[in-house]
Design a protein around this ligand. Sequence first.
Ligand code: GLA
Length: 390
Amino acid sequence: MLPIRSLFFNHFNYAPLLAVQSPGRINLIGEHTDYNHGFVLPAAIDKYIQVAIGKRTDGFIHLVALDLGETMIIPFENLKPHPTQWVNYIIGVVYEVIEKKNSKDALAQGFDICIQGNIPSGAGLSSSAALECAVIFALNELYALQLTKMEMALMAQQAEHYFAGVKCGLMDMFASLHGQKNKVILLDCANLAYTYYPLALNEYSIVLFDTQIKHVLASTEYNTRRIECESGLQIVQEKYPAVKTFRELTIEQVEECLASNHNSTNAKIYQRCKYVVEEIERVQLAVKDLTAGNMQAFGKKMFETHEGLSTLYEVSCPELDFLVDSVKPNKNVIGARMMGGGFGGCTINIIKKSELEAISKEMAANYLSAYQQPLAIYHTSIEAGTHLIA
Ligand code: GLA
């Protein structure tokens, strides 16, 4: 990638005031738990979005998506969801800043922004969250808004809800902003407390296998899962009003209140809730494995998560299942599962370094012959979160 500041200069003919880099994320374990008051264990990676920004004086926002070769000019007044999705990741954040920080006057003169990145889109690595975080971080610096990283994450999440239309949890934005080199972050989504853990993989490394499947229904299904979980909780609350969130919900209560189903909707609700309760428990146990240095046990839980996501939560797809099933018998792959929202994107695998090349080669060949589709393979390292580019 060329330096973002020069690209900005080439386009606007003046030097940007600042530039920001914001990473994508992986998630070791804890999937579909963030919006259910559970735990997640993400980390920021070496794939990122960069933005460069400068101020205007005419009340317009000029957006340049360098990788797409697209430019948009948006009047600052009356910001509302735009038919072009990538635009929403930017103006959604601007809208949040104006609303929450009462900073309309400061921003009303408009700004110029150039964007580029190397996060494969639709791979489940949160390129949209990275963009939202890059923009809010840049605005925070540019207008001295004094937002904390957590405030920025929460505002970026709102932008995703109301402008992009996905009722996502906090994980992606949180991880992009809070990442630290070689550390995974346990986020308690009930109270937003978080702890960093060094990820010492020693003879293992993390590899992502990308199905290159982009499921068009992913966001609809995602929002449906959220509603199903909320419905399940409400049913339990009729009998156990003290259960306020999934954190207080026990597997016994799920069995008692949701298992005896009389129609298919309820059967689905039971499955969803069972998965979430099990996954919340699993993440806590996995963190114990991590701190004990027992990566074999940790990896086993990743396989269990995949099983739950595939059979109970039903957010996998044949290609993802194929990738996980293919590595499962291999003793040099200690853990694998689908990652992110699902219906396509990547699996995350913990593979013995010495076998990496052979396994990757074999997987690529198998995937191609099964789906006539090339497998994209990403070797990731864990890096710092959103920051200014010098
Ligand atoms: C997407 C969402 C996250 C999270 C994951 C599933 O990445 O943006 O908030 O819910 O799916 O764990």
